[in-house]
Design a protein around this ligand. Structure first.
Ligand SMILES: Nc1ncnc2c1ncn2[C@@H]1O[C@H](COP(=O)(O)OP(=O)(O)O)[C@@H](O)[C@H]1O
Ligand SMILES: [Mg+2]
Length: 246
């Protein structure tokens, strides 16, 4: 498949990132093709969340470029980057706990002002998340972790994104909810939305991803098709519990 690299929806090009004296990225380059599911794997403190912050413009790189559908976002603020078609499911869901589920979903459409379109999108998004639809008036903070994750994903879709970035969407969920969330990520992707997901759990992520990158202390050390990475002994040893499981 060469077409995914021709005109990617998301591109990071030779990114260096610093937090004061601490360097978090060393020439980080990766891309997400239109309609692709790409997973960013890596252990603790490897720079995964920082990659998400760079994409959203919450942290600005010292060097390199970030492009959304070919447009450089380095000089853009977060809402402008969202407007280019980047949806986000942040780490630990980050719902507005005191607000209702409905209000949380509408926050996902904050960049828009077409009332009719927003109402239609709420309908559309809820067909994908019927469980969320049953709880529109519930206070978001009272939902279970899995339910909150569904609301966070539904909220991201309310901005009509072309790529959704997700930071550890399965973290802290029970196995049943992990399965559900992965299925929903597939469903979202089935509607033509590209997915860039960060995961510590490589085997889970690679089950649904088309491609993956492995980040180690701010550097990509391995990349390839998900199917190839799944059987790569370097990944097995480092991230699939190869040593302990054997
Ligand atoms: N706000 C911050 N200030 C200083 N250092 C940070 C900050 N956020 C992250 N870091 C450092 O950057 C590195 C990468 O962190 P992070 O991107 O959160 O990793 P991951 O998500 O892979 O666990 C770590 O060494 C971390 O301590
Ligand atoms: Mg993180």
């Amino acid at each position: 498949m060469t077409n995914t690299t021709d005109n990617p929806i998301l591109e990071l090009d030779a990114i260096d990132t610093f937090y004061g004296p601490v360097q978090a990225h060393f020439g980080l380059s990766l891309h997400v093709g239109k309609g692709e599911i790409v997973s960013l794997l890596g252990g603790n403190a490897s720079g995964k969340s920082t990659t998400m912050k760079i994409i959203l413009g919450l942290v600005k790189p010292a060097a390199g470029d970030v492009r959304v559908d070919g447009v450089s976002t380095l000089k853009l603020k977060t809402p402008e980057i969202v407007r280019l078609g980047v949806g986000t499911v942040p780490e630990a869901r980050r719902l507005f706990g005191a607000m209702s589920v409905r209000e949380n979903l509408l926050m996902g459409a904050f960049i828009r002002n077409d009332k009719d379109g927003i109402a239609a999108d709420l309908e559309r998004v809820l067909t994908l998340f019927p469980r969320v639809g049953q709880r529109l008036n519930q206070q978001a903070g009272t939902l279970s972790g899995g339910e909150q994750q569904m609301v966070a994903m539904a909220r991201a879709l309310m901005g009509r994104p072309r790529v959704v970035i997700m930071d550890e969407p399965t973290m802290g969920l029970s196995p049943l909810w992990v399965e559900r969330v992965l299925e929903l990520i597939r469903d979202i992707n089935g509607q033509g939305v590209a997915i860039f997901m960060v995961e510590q759990n490589a085997s889970l992520a690679l089950q649904i991803a088309h491609r993956g990158y492995v980040l180690q202390t701010g550097r990509i050390v391995l990349e390839g098709k998900a199917a190839d990475l799944l059987v790569d002994t370097r990944i097995r040893d480092a991230y699939l519990g190869g040593a302990e499981a054997a």
